[in-house]
Design a protein around this ligand. Structure first.
Ligand SMILES: Cc1cc2nc3c(=O)[nH]c(=O)nc-3n(C[C@H](O)[C@H](O)[C@H](O)COP(=O)(O)OP(=O)(O)OC[C@H]3O[C@@H](n4cnc5c(N)ncnc54)[C@H](O)[C@@H]3O)c2cc1C
Ligand code: SF4
Length: 488
């Protein structure tokens, strides 16, 4: 709860960023951390509000008032224990979570909310610095083996929980490194890869086995895994991107955002990019189509690659500046309220209600621009405004319009059902096939890191019950389930 009058005594102070002109010159994180004392003062702003809406506002059910209070009291190790009780990877969420908890903070009704996300990352980073984060090995092994397919946050959270319950876990990842979108989607300037490596090293010490370059359904047929393991967790993400099949789509220079971001993350990691496959923004007019996290990461990456200009366009109308009747407190407004990401603040033009009509190519087939029209949304759907046609110069277009569903090949190989949206169908993380479970974006569609961790934890409970035939000992089940239901 913090200090009784803390919310009146202290103003919100979030960490500052390096100025844009400095941070765009490198790929490192650019948040300037608050001092320990400053974080403790921020913990004091938590106000004993009786019903802490932040708590169900967090998809993990993080016990936020508890760790805020411990921080205010200077009891950082106790804060770590509280944080760890619901969140396996606070160092990821503390960096990239959009913090729906802060949208639900009661103080946020008429004052700036508590800096929950920054308190979270401060606790775990201090814990790593002080050596408080130690390998947690299970007391005994159950002799049961679980294969986790996919090493994004959902797969990692499921693996971490199941390993803790004493099961022997092997994570299969088709990419050359572990981490899923934490590794090859989210750029280093938002999530430094040493943060990811530090956690993976810890999990390896704790006994989790990782196999990279292991494409399940291709190198490892489902039948092999089903024979070798007692349970399977499918956590392959939602990777099939939405396309924009307008005239000129085959012009060279129209690329999917994830191809661009994955390659950039490889480049930043020092990997060789095969000759002739470069997708670079350097010196180009870049147009990013789509306004979400992926689009924003394309903007920050293009700026760091020294694009000549970066424009981000969105088919939807510009959202309102504040909450509306559709987004009352404590709802997290997300894209339904105007906001500016750190990447957009680095120097990008933004435009809304734009309908892309055609990709324009020069004589050699190389992209030279986009023909677009303005959309009128007054009828609740986009209608072309006659005479509003215009052209934008572009030598690189990045399609960042979301993802349709997971890869179906692996689901078909396991013979599991799909739902209406093409995601893996499930009841409480159990697929239509006995012993095969599913978690993360593969089940719920493209979502958030915090939801993926929550999914991995919930799925691990189901798997543990399935393997042991008794209620899971993985803890916090009732609390976690009811809170997840509330947050949905
Ligand atoms: C560019 C981008 C930026 C984002 N930024 C944010 C952000 O800032 N904050 C936020 O909260 N969320 C963000 N998200 C969303 C978030 O990253 C995802 O919701 C989350 O990573 C989903 O986790 P997951 O474990 O379900 O799947 P993923 O992270 O997609 O991991 C799935 C893994 O499974 C592997 N795999 C798939 N099929 C197989 C197979 N057959 N065999 C072996 N391995 C396989 C894939 O290679 C991948 O590594 C972003 C998404 C994108 C695309
Ligand atoms: S994980 Fe996200 S929603 Fe939960 S406390 Fe942390 S910042 Fe808030």
């Amino acid at each position: 709860m913090g200090k009784d009058t803390g919310f009146k005594d202290f103003e919100r102070k979030a960490p500052a960023y390096q100025p844009p002109e400095d941070r765009i010159r490198h790929w490192d994180e650019f948040v300037i951390p608050l001092s320990q004392e400053e974080v403790e003062i921020q913990g004091a702003r938590c106000m004993n509000c009786g019903v802490p809406f932040c708590h169900p506002g967090c998809p993990l059910g993080n016990v936020i008032p508890d760790f805020n209070d411990h921080i205010y009291q200077g009891k950082w190790r106790r804060a770590l224990k509280a944080l760890y009780s619901t969140n396996n990877f606070p160092e990821f969420t503390g960096r990239v979570c959009p913090a729906p908890c802060e949208s639900a903070c009661v103080l946020g009704i008429n004052r700036p909310p508590v800096t929950i996300k920054n308190i979270e990352v401060s606790i775990i980073e201090r814990a790593f610095q002080e050596g408080w984060v130690e390998p947690r090995l299970p007391r005994k092994r159950t002799g049961r083996c679980v294969a986790v397919v996919g090493s994004g946050p959902a797969g990692l959270a499921a693996a971490d929980q199941l390993n803790r319950a004493g099961h022997t876990v092997t994570v299969f990842e088709r990419a050359d490194r572990i981490g899923g979108l934490l590794r090859y989607g989210i750029p280093d300037f938002k999530l430094s890869k040493h943060v990811l490596d530090r956690r993976i090293d810890l999990m390896m010490t704790e006994g989790v086995a990782f196999r990279t370059g292991a494409h399940v359904g291709v190198d490892y047929p489902a039948a092999e895994l089903l024979a070798e393991f007692d349970a399977i967790v499918l956590a392959g993400g939602s990777t099939r991107p939405r396309d924009l099949p307008i005239p000129g789509r085959d012009a060279s220079g129209v690329e999917f955002a994830m191809d661009f971001l994955t390659q950039s993350n490889h480049r930043v990691a020092g990997d060789e990019i095969p000759e002739g496959t470069d997708i670079l923004a350097t010196g180009k007019d870049v147009v990013v189509i789509g306004g979400g996290d992926t689009g924003s990461d394309c903007v920050g990456t293009s700026i760091r690659q020294q694009a000549r200009s970066v424009t981000q366009i969105e088919i939807l109308p510009r959202p309102p500046e504040g909450r509306t009747v559709e987004t009352p407190w404590p709802v997290h407004p997300g894209p339904r309220m105007f906001s500016t990401s750190s990447s957009q603040a680095e120097g990008c033009e933004r435009d809304w209600a734009v309908l892309s009509k055609e990709f324009l190519a020069d004589g050699s087939g190389a992209l030279r621009g986009i023909r677009a029209m303005r959309a009128d949304w007054s009828a609740g759907r986009p209608e072309e405004i006659p005479g509003s046609e215009y052209e934008m110069p572009a030598q690189l277009v990045l399609l960042a319009m979301g993802f349709l569903h997971p890869e179906h090949a692996v689901l078909d190989d396991f013979g599991v059902d799909k739902d209406d949206r093409g995601n893996c169908a499930s009841s409480s993380h159990r697929t239509s096939r006995d012993g095969v479970f599913v978690a993360g974006d593969m089940r719920r569609g493209q979502s958030l890191v915090v939801w993926a961790i929550s999914e991995g934890r919930e799925c691990a409970l189901e798997v543990d019950e399935y393997l042991t035939g008794r209620p899971s000992l993985l803890g916090a089940k009732a609390r976690s389930r009811s809170d997840v239901a509330l947050a949905r």
